[in-house]
Ligand binder design. Structure first.
Ligand code: UDX
Ligand code: UDX
Length: 428
């Protein structure tokens, strides 16, 4: 497909990646059909109701539906007929051995192969192991159809702005014509475009996520050094960040990184390297630091609760894997809470986006109620509202005056004034 003007596009998978891709391409003026296997999700999306917390996404979905440029169907087969581009946005979960599970991508490719237009371009947006473009080509069984890698760099909580204003667009294509057609499709987006071959594009995605995870693990490791030498990590990373070669982003210490990408992609890259004969020791170390960071946070909470949490109430602020999203997938907050519950604690949690009960812990709709009779309060997700809660009220509800702030949100002087002993990550 080539040439300017609106193009018929199919998007397979209506999750964070697929829904954002579909709504934004419709916003750019294209005619988009988004398919999902989940009929209930398709029905609610068709009513303009979206199941995820993403800034600006619901408005774009409703705009697309109203302009009749965006529609939702059950099953990929219904979406691909007549489509010039088919975006694959189905999950590539981490398999038990660390490798990415390609089964959804392969199954969808087998399903749509016979139905594609002769000049359709299949665009792989799912994070897939290096070399997977070939897997899709084989599964499609359509030698004439181009398969292009176009990895997503969307951060949850800013997915729409990351799609419409990306730092870069990466395209991995064997045929230049397919790459040019995709550049034209994204025409209205003014960002640098890196055009390369598929394996290189797939590696850019994994390498980018692995490097970001490395920065965060480095910050967490330096935080542990700071605790040992009596330095303040927040000022250390401030001093580091002014160096343009280092930058200040992704150097905030905390309970470790989580989410639906970093854990899966870092494990997958270690496995991809191993399968290719390289032992990626550095990345294994990054993952190890992350696991140990969760253990370190649990130890801090146990100390704050008086040396044991068995039979004690512990309050937790934050359940999601980071602020700005309602996603619990691989959340460090849940990992820490799970370890505390396993140690015998009775945990009551509060999160601005979560109300539904979760196994093994209580979920309160009020941050102060969550602290009732607690021996310690642990702050696990960097929700801005936690900065402004009344610590005097919190103190009046708790059994012990102890806060473990893993995200550096609580002002130490305010904590002291309220009678708290405050501990955190990387502070003396
Ligand atoms: C996920 C991964 O997180 C990301 O790394 C990968 O690049 C794409 O898949 P995400 O959008 O977060 O991205 O996944 P998720 O929110 O789980 O949504 C996946 C959607 O695909 C679900 O709605 C699911 O019902 C749908 N799906 C899954 C299909 O439509 N067909 C399938 O065969 C499998
Ligand atoms: C990430 C990448 O940023 C994005 O480009 C890619 O497409 C998908 O994976 P996301 O998983 O949404 O996006 O979250 P991100 O904002 O990267 O944070 C990942 C984890 O690192 C979160 O648990 C977050 O709390 C943690 N983090 C991030 C820190 O602990 N400190 C930081 O300074 C930054």
């Amino acid at each position: 497909m080539s040439g300017e003007g609106p193009v018929r596009v199919a998007v397979v998978g209506a999750g964070y990646v697929g829904l954002t891709t579909a709504a934004c391409l419709a916003h750019l003026g294209h005619d988009v059909t988004c398919a999902d296997v989940d009929p209930a999700k398709v029905a609610s999306l068709s009513d303009g109701v979206i199941p995820i917390h993403e800034e600006g996404l619901a408005e774009l979905v409703r705009e697309g539906i109203a302009a009749e440029r965006l529609r939702f169907v059950v099953g990929a087969a219904k979406a691909v007929t007549g489509a010039g581009f088919v975006f694959l946005c189905v999950p590539t979960p981490q398999g038990p051995d660390g490798a990415a599970d390609m089964s959804y991508v392969e199954a969808v490719s087998v399903e749509i192969g016979p139905l594609l237009e002769h000049d359709a371009i299949v665009v792989n947006k799912s994070t897939v192991p290096v070399g997977s473009t070939r897997v899709v080509e084989r599964a499609l069984g359509r030698p004439g159809v181009a398969v292009v890698s176009n990895p997503e760099f969307l951060r949850e909580g800013s997915a729409v702005s990351d799609f419409l204003h990306p730092d870069r667009i990466v395209i991995g294509a064997d045929e230049q014509s397919a790459a040019i057609s995709l550049v034209e499709l994204f025409g209205a987006i003014r960002s640098p475009v890196v055009v390369t071959d598929p394996p290189t594009a797939e590696t850019i995605k994994y390498a980018s996520n692995a490097f970001l995870a490395t920065k965060v693990s480095f910050a967490n490791a330096i935080a542990n050094v700071c605790e040992a030498v009596g330095a303040n990590v927040r000022e250390v990373v401030l001093g580091m960040g002014y160096d343009r070669r280092i930058g200040s982003e992704f150097l905030r210490p905390g309970p470790g990184w989580g989410g639906s990408c970093f854990p899966k992609d870092s494990a997958a890259l270690v496995r991809i390297a191993e399968d290719a004969g390289y032992d990626f020791g550095l990345l294994k170390g990054v993952i190890e630091v992350n696991t140990r960071q969760q253990e370190a946070v649990v130890a801090k909470v146990v100390e704050a609760a008086g040396g044991s949490v068995t039979g004690k109430r512990v309050a937790a602020w934050g359940l999601t894997f980071k602020a700005g999203t309602d996603d619990l997938r691989d959340s460090p907050a849940l990992a820490v809470i799970g370890r505390l519950v396993a140690a015998g604690a009775e945990v009551t949690a509060y999160d601005p986006t979560r109300r539904d009960p979760l196994p093994g812990l209580s979920v309160s709709s009020d941050p102060y109620d969550a602290c009732e009779d607690a021996s310690a309060l642990v702050v696990l997700t960097e929700w801005d509202e936690f900065r402004w809660l009344d610590l005097g009220v919190v103190r009046s509800r708790m059994a012990r005056p102890r806060i473990v702030d893993t995200r550096g949100l609580i002002e130490p002087a305010a904590a002291r004034r309220a009678g708290f002993v405050l501990s955190g990550v990387g502070i003396p």
